[in-house]
Design a protein around this ligand. Sequence first.
Ligand code: GDP
Ligand code: MG
Length: 205
Amino acid sequence: MSTRRRTLLKVIVLGDSGVGKTSLMNQYVHKRFSQQYKATIGADFVTKELQIDDRLVTLQIWDTAGQERFQSLGVSFYRGADCCVLVYDVNVMRSFDTLDTWHEEFLKQANPPDTRTFPFILLGNKIDIDGGNSRVVSEKKANDWCVSKGNIPYFETSAKEDYNVDAAFLSIAKTALATDREQDIYFQNIPEAVAESEQRGGCAC
Ligand code: GDP
Ligand code: MG
C-alpha cells in the first residue's frame, strides 16, 4: 500500500463582514458566485487540493460564521493556522482601516512563534464594481500598508468575475508552504487528514 505525501495547510480568512470572504472561497473552491448576501452559518472550512512542484497540498480554508462582526472568533479558529488571508473591499474605506485591527487580532489570538515572519496575504476585493469608479482605496495605498507590515503579498480580486482568485490562493499556498512549520503529514485520503487537523485543534466548534 503506497502512501502519498501530502501537506495540509490551514488557512484562515479574516476581514470585515461583507467584504466578500465567503464569496472568494466559493469562487475558488466551487467556481460559483451568488449576489445574495448570506451571513455564513456555522464556522467551518472547505478544502482544495493542489499540486505545487512535487508536493500535493491540501488547503484547508476556514471561513467565519459571521462572528467577525463582533470580533469574537473562538480560539480553535485561529489555532494552528499556517497562513492568514486578510480581505477588504476596495470600495469601502472602513474595511481598509480595520485591517490593522484584524492583523493585530490574528497575532494576538494565533500567537505564532515568530510574529514578524508569519505569512499573511492581503486581498483587495470587489474591483469589478462600477468598473473601478467607486473604489476609494488606491492600489498604492494598499501596497504601502503591505510594505509597512513586512512586505505582505497583495492581490486585487473580484469574486464575482473570478478575477485573480486562483492566482491569489496559489500565492497563499506557496507563501504558507515556504514557511513549512513541520506540518508535513502522510495520508492517503482527506478524511484522515481532516481528522488529524481536528486533533491539532482545528475543530469547528
Ligand atoms: P463576507 O461577509 O466577507 O463573507 O462577504 P460575502 O462573501 O458574504 O459577500 C458580501 C456581498 O458582497 C454579497 O452580496 C456578495 O455577492 C458580494 N460580493 C462578494 N464579492 C464580490 C465581488 O468581487 N464583486 C461584487 N460586485 N460583489 C461581491
Ligand atoms: Mg461570510
